[in-house]
Design a protein around this ligand. Structure first.
Ligand SMILES: *[C@@H]1O[C@H](CO)[C@@H](O)[C@H](O)[C@H]1NC(C)=O
Length: 510
């Protein structure tokens, strides 16, 4: 019998830096986590479906403070529907995927199956890019998990229920007592191969082989229905394992937290004498707090004012589908020219999105609307499969501030209702502050509120949206900045600032 080497007791002690972190480590929609370390830096890859660029990369030096540094998929180059031409690709695109570093050639790899058909491989010589498409494999590696083994061989564990690795051999079939397993992550730890798999959406299991990557594997439960650290949220699951440079292990999972999306939570892992990982729970729960894994090292704040300095967008921004790059510029401010003639925001190109910070936050834009054309609509939305916005509607003679709501999608993510104007008021002066406050704590009945100001001091509420907390759209609500035409192209708006405050600012006036 092969016995997994028993870790020394010293390694099971929790490191103490006099400070605890709080779950979620980042209250933003960043699902399908893959996580790994190179040197003293940790990297986090997430799925983004129809948002472009896709597969954001975050970096941390303590597993708790995370900073956006780029995207693995610069463009959703998977057909014109990803450009919002000839249809749309809502809830398609970047699903659970994998990212790893290969030391031998110094390349970072991102691998993901697109639309259930083929698997795209993107590589980069540096984590911040440039990322380029390096190959397309005609098989779908569903929920791929990449391992670069000690001898440099690359394995991809993938599949649903029957977990395969890429030769292609089926290596494990889930027993009916467990059911669906997916979201593979693959590791080589102390000579054994592990495939870490989720049972959506309430369990996490691990497969272990001491007989090489193709098994046979034995399975063990890591967690099932463990109480969540986020009040009202789901069971932490999926995600991955990572070892600090000090030899301590952590599991970063996500928690379903609709209407906000899926947010990351972190907990320490120890290893049993049987070689299987053990989640560190407190009274049977995934705790709200644990000691910091490493000395805290703060990164760029996720709140504050963005002035769109320089000539390109920061990595925290993603477009709704691929943008028409001829219709926007970044030059110490964001200029959006209308790119689509439509009466449906879901069909309008060049809507720029930003994740909402939980539990509550507000997004505020400062917008010059003086160059809008008759029929144009521009403003700030809460975007999901049930949406609303506040913005300016231009006519041939005047402007009005408008609250527009009841935009909804069907269960297959085409527009069921393009919505309509609920209320409006005349406005003049050419400059407006638009603010959307959102409460994305998990649960039903959470609200978004829509405000405007003509001086940046006094904000008046114009409308309210009850947020849809159903999980089926997968992505959570986002702040979304848009400018589209209903009559003819040529209109322009300029956003000089976008600010995020958490907890959100409201500043109502009577
Ligand atoms: C669990 O969380 C509580 C409250 O956040 C905290 O006081 C306690 O130290 C945590 N336990 C561990 C083992 O970190």
């Amino acid at each position: 019998m092969k016995v997994f080497p028993v870790l020394s007791l010293a390694l099971l002690a929790i490191p103490i830096f006099g400070q605890q972190y709080t779950n979620p480590v980042l209250w933003e929609d960043l699902a399908d986590i893959d996580i790994f370390r190179v040197g003293d830096a940790f990297y986090y890859s997430a799925s983004t479906m129809h948002y472009s660029p896709g597969a954001p990369i975050l970096r941390s030096y303590d597993l708790v403070n995370w900073e956006y540094i780029g995207h693995s998929v610069p463009k959703l180059d998977f057909g014109s529907r990803f450009d919002l031409i000839d249809g749309s690709a809502y809830v398609k695109g970047i699903w659970a995927s994998t990212m790893r570093y290969r030391a031998r050639n110094g390349l970072y790899y991102w691998i993901g199956c697109i639309q259930g058909r083929s698997t795209f491989v993107f590589t980069a010589p540096s984590i911040t890019g440039p990322w380029e498409k390096s190959s397309v494999i005609s098989t779908c590696y569903y929920d791929a998990g990449l391992l670069v083994d000690d001898d440099d061989t690359m394995y991809v564990a993938y599949g649903q229920t029957t977990i395969s690795s890429v030769e292609t051999k089926s290596v494990f079939t889930s027993p009916s007592s467990i059911g669906t397993l997916e979201g593979s992550r693959m590791y080589k730890i102390k000579g054994a191969h592990y495939i870490f798999v989720t049972r959506p959406a309430n369990g996490q299991y691990v497969l272990r082989s001491t007989n090489g990557p193709f098994g046979p594997y034995t399975i063990k439960q890591v967690l099932l229905n463990v109480p969540t650290p986020i009040s009202g949220g789901g069971v932490p699951h999926q995600g991955g394992l990572v070892e600090t440079q000090k030899g301590f292990w952590y599991y970063m999972a996500f928690v379903d937290s609709y209407p906000g999306g899926r947010v990351p939570v972190l907990a320490p892992i120890t290893w049993g004498s049987d070689g299987f990982p053990i989640l560190t729970t407190v009274k049977g729960s995934w705790n709200a707090s644990y000691d910091f894994p490493l000395p805290p090292r703060p990164t760029k704040a996720h709140t504050g004012i963005e002035t769109f300095s320089g000539t390109s967008l920061g990595p925290e921004w993603e477009w709704n589908h691929n943008p028409d790059t001829s219709k926007f510029t970044v030059n110490n401010g964001l200029t959006l020219s209308t790119a689509t003639i439509t009466s449906d925001l879901y069909k309008a190109r060049n809507t720029l999105t930003h994740r909402i910070l939980g539990p509550t936050s507000s997004g505020t834009i400062v917008m010059d609307y003086s160059q809008m054309k008759d029929g144009d609509r521009a403003g700030l939305a809460l975007l999901r499969d049930s949406s609303a916005w506040i913005g300016i509607i231009a006519t041939s003679t005047a402007f009005r501030i408008s609250f527009f709501s009841k935009l909804t999608m069907t269960s297959t993510w085409s527009t069921s209702n393009p919505g309509g104007e609920i209320t409006s008021a005349p406005i003049e002066g050419g400059k407006v502050w638009l603010r959307v406050y959102a409460d994305i704590r998990p649960g039903t009945g959470r609200k978004g509120e829509f405000y405007y100001s003509v001086d940046g001091e006094e904000f008046k509420m114009l409308g309210m949206l009850v947020l849809n907390s159903d999980w089926r759209f997968f992505m959570g609500y986002r702040f979304a900045v848009f400018n589209y035409a209903t009559k003819g192209l040529g209109g322009v708006v300029r956003m000089s600032e976008f600010g995020v405050d958490a907890p959100g600012l409201k500043t109502t006036v009577a």
